[in-house]
Design a protein around this ligand. Structure first.
Ligand SMILES: Cc1cc2nc3c(=O)[nH]c(=O)nc-3n(C[C@H](O)[C@H](O)[C@H](O)COP(=O)(O)O)c2cc1C
Length: 219
């Protein structure tokens, strides 16, 4: 496993945490990728951004005999997922709220690996009927356990205010709406990306990046 962190551009993976047909997650990730492409660090070539879709990984429910922290992977799908995640220096987790937590697919995808998350900066972008903040809080706890370093700024999109349902049948529960976030959401995502790039740079230069035992663990 070539676990990224080089002196080159900070490679940021936008992990799409929902997998269901008709999900809003794809749209949210596309919006996030667009905002990221306009970020100063990306425009300068100091960072790159790529979408990582858990639906495409099609991971079964965790079927590794050895816990991920031992790094003794047996299955081809785990090795593939490990290579994918190891290729990034940092992450933005794009997650909806499902029953006050993260989707099972996202928890499963995180549980598969360990070293591939360690010490890397992570941002939390949630969405849900109420912004997905409870999923965000769970995700912060989960990421602390795999020693990712969650940056302070989070972004929360609310389905009924950050999506546009004009023209949709109000009685249709599958209508995804079009993403139309309030301006401050974009500003928040921009700030989150700045924090991610700064933290990743501190890691490369051996600076004061703190792990799960440091003050960030409590966020
Ligand atoms: C199984 C399930 C549980 C949900 N639970 C919550 C919830 O607890 N709180 C909330 O605000 N929204 C909840 N929602 C609404 C979702 O956050 C919203 O539909 C979001 O678009 C789902 O993400 P997805 O479209 O990418 O699957 C739930 C949706 C689903 C499918």
């Amino acid at each position: 496993m070539d676990n990224a962190q080089t002196a080159g551009p900070v490679r940021i993976g936008l992990i799409v945490g929902s997998t269901r047909p008709g999900r809003r997650g794809g749209e949210v990730a596309r919006w996030a990728a667009q905002v990221a492409q306009e970020h100063d660090a990306v425009r300068r070539g100091a960072a790159t951004v790529a979408v990582v879709d858990l639906a495409e990984q099609a991971l079964p429910l965790l079927d590794e005999p050895v816990p991920a922290m031992f790094g003794d992977y047996r299955n081809a799908h785990t090795l593939r997922w490990s290579d994918t995640v190891a290729g990034f220096d940092a992450f933005v987790f794009v997650t909806p709220e499902y029953n006050h937590s993260v989707p099972a697919a996202l928890k499963n995808g995180i549980d598969y690996l360990y070293a591939e998350w360690n010490g890397k900066a992570a941002g939390v972008l949630t969405y849900g009927v109420q912004g997905g903040s409870r999923a965000g809080e769970h995700l912060r706890q989960i990421l602390a356990e795999v020693r990712a370093v969650v940056v302070p700024t989070g972004v929360a999109l609310t389905v009924f205010t950050d999506f546009d349902f004009s023209g949709a049948d109000p009685g249709d529960p599958t209508a995804p709406g079009r993403i139309a976030p309030a301006a401050e959401r974009e500003a928040g995502l921009d700030r989150m990306l700045t924090e991610i790039v700064d933290r990743s740079r501190e890691r490369t230069s051996g600076g004061p990046l703190v792990g799960a035992s440091g003050p960030d663990a409590a966020r």
